[in-house]
Design a protein around this ligand. Structure first.
Ligand code: GTP
Length: 354
C-alpha cells in the first residue's frame, strides 16, 4: 500500500528547535520522530511512501535515504514553495504513481497515534467513499474543525472553530486520510490549497461520499513544546508504545548512549540524548534533553527542552524553557518560565567552566 506523509511545514510553534531541525527530525526517545511514524505505517503493510517536503528537506533525505533500514521504498517530493496540505499531497501522490481505485493513505507528519489503519481502509472500501477521515475526540474542540458524522459514518459538514460549549461533538480531524487518488484531480496544481478549507468542503459541495472513522485510543500532535514533551513521557510511562522500540513501562529516565550521569536527581520523567553529561547535585525533571548536552553540577532543569550541544553552567536554572542547539548558559544564570533562546546564543554567568 502507498502513503504520503506531509512534512513540509516550518513548525513555527516548535521554534527555536525547528530553526535547525525540521519537525520530522526532532528526537522522540532519541530517534527522529518521523522514524516512529514510518515504522507505524510499515506495521500496517505500507511499503511505498512519498515524503512531501519543503522546509529543510536535506536533513530528512540524508537520514532516511531510500528507506531500506525501515523496509520501505521512500521517495521525496520537494516543493519549491509551500503548496498547502492538499497541494502537497497532490504533487507527492503524482510522483508516487498513485492510481484511481487504489486507496492512498495521507498523513500529517506531526501526529503519533495507535489508530488502526487497516480498519480505516476497510471502512473506506465498504462505504465506497471518496475520502475517509480519521477522527479523534479532544477535550476542547473550539480551536479545531469539528465533525458530526451520521450514525453510519458519513460526514455532511465541518464546523470550523465552534464557540466554546457550542460544538455538536468533540470529534476533530486527526490528520489521517484514506483517499481515492482521483479526488486529488480537484486540487488546483501549483498553488497553495488545503484539505480542510479547500478540498473537503468542495467534495461535500459536490455530494461526494466523505466518511469518518472515529478512534478514541492514543493520538497527539507534536506541534507544540508541551505536546512534544508529553509524547516522550507517554512513551516512558507505557501509556503508548512505538513500533520502533520495545515497549517501556514506568521509566523515570531514558538515557542514550555514552552518557555520564554524576549522581543527578530525576524529578519526573526525563529523556537524555546520546553523549550527555550531568553533574553531581543537578536536578532534572519533565524535560527532553537532546544529544551532547552538558548540565553542570547543582543546575536545575525543569519542564524544558534543551537542543543539541547546549552547555548549562553550574547552578544554572531553567524552567519551562525551550533552548535551540548549541546555546551556552553561564554558571548561576536563572532563566524564567517561557524562555526561548535561539541556536548558538550565549548567556554569560559567573566565571566558572561549564
Ligand atoms: P506550525 O507552523 O507550528 O503550525 O507547524 P506546521 O505548519 O509545520 O504544521 P501544521 O500543523 O500547520 O501542518 C500539519 C502537517 O502538514 C505538518 O506535518 C506539516 O509539516 C504539513 N504541512 C503543512 N503545510 C504544508 C505544505 O505546504 N507542504 C507540505 N509538504 N507539508 C505541509
Amino acid at each position: 500500500m502507498k502513503a504520503v506523509i506531509l512534512v513540509g511545514g516550518e513548525g513555527t510553534r516548535l521554534r527555536p528547535l525547528t530553526y535547525t531541525t525540521p519537525k520530522a527530525m526532532v528526537p522522540v526517545l532519541n530517534r527522529p520522530y518521523l522514524a516512529h511514524l514510518l515504522a507505524y505505517l510499515a506495521s500496517y503493510g505500507v511499503d511505498e511512501v512519498a515524503l512531501a517536503l519543503g522546509y529543510l528537506p536535506d536533513r530528512v533525505q540524508a537520514y532516511f535515504g531510500a528507506g531500506e533500514a525501515l523496509g520501505l521504498r521512500l521517495i521525496y517530493s520537494v516543493e519549491e514553495r509551500a503548496l498547502g496540505t492538499a497541494g502537497a499531497a497532490r504533487l507527492a501522490a503524482c510522483r508516487l504513481g498513485a492510481r484511481s481505485n487504489d486507496p492512498l493513505l495521507v498523513l500529517n507528519g506531526d501526529i503519533f497515534t495507535d489508530l488502526p489503519l487497516d480498519r480505516v481502509v476497510n471502512v473506506h472500501r465498504a462505504a465506497g467513499a471518496s475520502v475517509t477521515i480519521g477522527l479523534v475526540p479532544v477535550a476542547d474542540p473550539s480551536q479545531y474543525g469539528v465533525v458530526k458524522p451520521d450514525p453510519d459514518g458519513r460526514i455532511r459538514a465541518f464546523i470550523e472553530k465552534p464557540a466554546p460549549g457550542t460544538a455538536p461533538t468533540n470529534l476533530i480531524n486527526a490528520g489521517i486520510y484514506v483517499l481515492d487518488p482521483s479526488v486529488l484531480d480537484l486540487v488546483p496544481p501549483d498553488r497553495f490549497y488545503q484539505f480542510e478549507q479547500g478540498l473537503f468542503p468542495a467534495l461535500l459541495g459536490a455530494g461526494a461520499k466523505v466518511w469518518g472513522f472515529s478512534w478514541s485510543g492514543y493520538w497527539i500532535d507534536i506541534g507544540t513544546p508541551e505536546k512534544y514533551r508529553r509524547l516522550n513521557f507517554d512513551l516512558l510511562s507505557g501509556t503508548v508504545a512505538s513500533p520502533l522500540v520495545p515497549r517501556i513501562e514506568n521509566r523515570q529516565c531514558y538515557a542514550g548512549e555514552d552518557c555520564v550521569l554524576d549522581g543527578a536527581a530525576w524529578v519526573g520523567p526525563v529523556v537524555l540524548g546520546n553523549r550527555c553529561r550531568v553533574g553531581g547535585g543537578a536536578t532534572v525533571g519533565e524535560s527532553v534533553i537532546w544529544d551532547e548536552v552538558r548540565i553542570g553540577p547543582e543546575a536545575r532543569v525543569i519542564r524544558s527542552i534543551i537542543g543539541r550541544g547546549c552547555r548549562l553552567g553550574p547552578g544554572a536554572v531553567l524552567e519551562d524553557a525551550v533552548i535551540g542547539d548549541n546555546v551556552e548558559v553561564g554558571a548561576g544564570v536563572c532563566l524564567g518560565p517561557g524562555t526561548r533562546l535561539g541556536p548558538g546564543e550565549v548567556i554569560a554567568g559567573r566565571p566558572e567552566s561549564i
